[in-house]
Design a binder for this molecule. Structure first.
Ligand SMILES: Nc1ncnc2c1ncn2[C@@H]1O[C@H](COP(=O)(O)OP(=O)(O)O)[C@@H](O)[C@H]1O
Ligand SMILES: [Mg+2]
Length: 276
């Protein structure tokens, strides 16, 4: 899309950690990134969103890049339903089914093959030199590089931010959104990332203490049910996932660098480097 979406953007339909999503008419939205976002990041998300749609991975249509008030954006088909998180919160009886759906859609995504996304191991290796990982010593960095090189290769579509707030009811099924971190590689890398997101990642900033406690308990239950179903559908072994956990921590810290997670992630990445 070459024309600016400025005149047509309507109400806010959602917010991410950094993005704001506005309605355009009734069946499209525009996802706007903060000023100063690297255009390469926006192009990467646009490329991945288009690619996965062509590969038959359940997602929304991507109509290309645009802008709003000088900020970069991407226009997408509008989702018709709610996130898996909202569905479970609204009716707790649906919680087990939501966890199974999460796992089944992840397994389905992992059946798609591509050479057209960056290799997850190379992305992680590149992040070892990024500012959030500057606290590593030279020898720790070298040990981690060797660890990453020894990880198995793969050609599966990986999302790397796959959690129940990025899976929405859509038309007669579900759609997976938010492809900014998509890579290719072994499916276990993506499972390790989701397990990390359901155990070590920060909850929404400013969540009140009681709500936090409930969320933590339900997240742990979700992690167990998700993994049970994913393993049941794919036959993946626990050890296959465990070997990717350090890589997942490097990706999480290097890509997002959430202040409250920084210290713990770095401590665990260092411990893994020393154990190499
Ligand atoms: N295609 C869409 N249709 C309707 N709402 C959307 C769409 N894409 C995103 N949203 C809303 O915006 C929120 C943030 O979008 P997301 O792509 O996940 O951004 P972030 O990368 O910042 O997490 C979502 O949780 C959802 O509520
Ligand atoms: Mg998101």
């Amino acid at each position: 899309m070459t024309r600016s979406a400025e005149d047509r953007a309507g109400e806010i339909v959602g917010r991410g950690r950094t993005s704001v999503v506005y309605a355009i008419g009734t069946d499209r939205v525009i996802k706007i990134y903060p000023e100063g976002t690297d255009p390469a990041e926006v192009r990467a998300e646009e490329h991945a969103a288009g690619l996965i749609h062509r590969l038959g991975v359940p997602g929304v249509r991507c109509y290309g890049s645009s802008e709003l008030d000088g900020r970069p954006g991407i226009v997408f088909e509008r989702l018709t339903g709610d996130s898996l998180t909202t569905i479970a919160e609204r009716d707790l009886r649906r919680f087990p089914q939501v966890c199974r759906t999460l796992a089944e859609y992840h397994a389905r995504m992992h059946r798609a093959r591509t050479e057209d996304l960056p290799d997850v191991r190379r992305v992680a290796a590149g992040l070892l030199d990024s500012p959030p990982l500057a606290g590593l010593t030279g020898s720790q960095r070298q040990a981690l590089r060797r660890y990453l090189e020894d990880l198995p290769d793969g050609d599966r579509v990986l999302h790397l931010d796959f959690h129940p707030q990025n899976v929405f009811g859509h038309l007669d099924g579900y759609a997976i959104i938010d492809w900014y971190s998509a890579c290719r590689g072994a499916a276990a890398a993506d499972v390790a990332m989701s397990i990390l997101l359901m155990s070590e990642a920060e909850l929404w900033p400013g969540t009140p203490p009681l709500k936090k406690l409930l969320y933590l308990a339900s997240r742990a239950a979700m992690r167990r049910l998700y993994w049970r179903r994913y393993r049941g559908v794919t036959g993946m072994a626990h050890d296959d996932v465990a070997r990717w956990l350090t890589c997942a921590r490097i990706l999480r810290l290097g890509l997002l660098d959430v202040p409250s997670e920084r210290h713990r992630l770095l401590r665990r990445i260092r411990a893994a480097a020393v154990a190499q």
